[in-house]
Write a protein that binds this ligand. Sequence first.
Ligand code: IPM
Ligand code: MG
Length: 384
Amino acid sequence: MGLDSPDHPGRRIAMPANRTLLLLPGDGIGPEVMTEVRHVIGWLARHRAVSFEITEDLVGGAAIDARGTPIAAETVARAKAADAVLFGAVGGPKWDKLGFAKRPEIGILTLRRELGLFANLRPAVVLEPLVAASTLKPELVRGLDLMIVREATGGIYFGEPRGVETLPDGQKRGINTEVYTTGEIERVGRVAFALAQKRARRLCSVEKANVMESGLLWRETMTALGKREFPEIALSHMYADNCAMQLVRNPRQFDVIVTSNLFGDLLSDLASMLTGSLGMLPSATLGAPDASGKRPALYEPIHGSAPDIAGKGLANPMAEILSFAMLLRWSFALEDEAALLERACTNVLASGLRTPDVMAPGCREVGTKAMGEAVVKELDRLAA
Ligand code: IPM
Ligand code: MG
């Protein structure tokens, strides 16, 4: 099948399927964890007759080194053409000194903007075997299952004006702009309300309406949207600073949180640590369906490129594998396969295997490869 062979940018691996996937491993631990997903993809093809037509390409520092740009136009075109994109991670000290527009991070930001991926879904779920891995007390986090919906194509990340200017007195002045339209707020709001509908029916909208006009507009727009389209959902509002505090005080009060790009960036890192490890958490970023019903979608682990452990075979591949499970569910409606994969991951953890990031007393420490192999072996067992 050739799935496990080394990456070649843009190379197409023919498979008997019309589900198209673009894999973008990126930098740091990205390629290592992506390798484990390829094994899972191979397993699905062999055992479930679920296969994909796969393209691979470069992004981030890897693309800078090979092509002088964090993401090539042809890569963006491939991402647009694919049914779904599975992303690894970008960035690292090697590229830290580059000018702003050339940084590896521009790779992921460009994909979000160009594909219109406005709704970033970041679940924070505490799996029972990992309750002790959280830095919070077990009784606070046991059973935690919250979803942060982060707006991802607007706000201060993309607002104009932006830049650094030199003032007449020689000082410099850095500018970024937080800006949201009602349309942008409503479309991400609808995604969050719809998710809440399938969950515990509670949505908490987070902003700083006490100091920001855009935050006040956010609050008013969410309130009106809820009244108009989702009266059955209990909508509450919280200031972002209070939300940060509440997340560590009593995280289980939340079901779904919806917030802006910047606050979502901060709060999702915070929420991820409630679960014990950044290495465990997947995410999905979705756009609007087109006329044919096809919805642009990119899936990525929340952890970054983790340069400190890159290349050492220590990275936890679970977040990338679980991101692939989200991909199966959201882009291809393969609910059974997604659930199977999630069960396999939980069972492997319950068996006591741990990568260093979630290591606990009495468990056995393994590396990336052994963890990936254990997941595939558990899939074999579950499918037997
Ligand atoms: C994230 C990351 C990105 C962001 C970076 C890599 C641009 O922190 O996905 O949370 O700030 O959105
Ligand atoms: Mg972040």
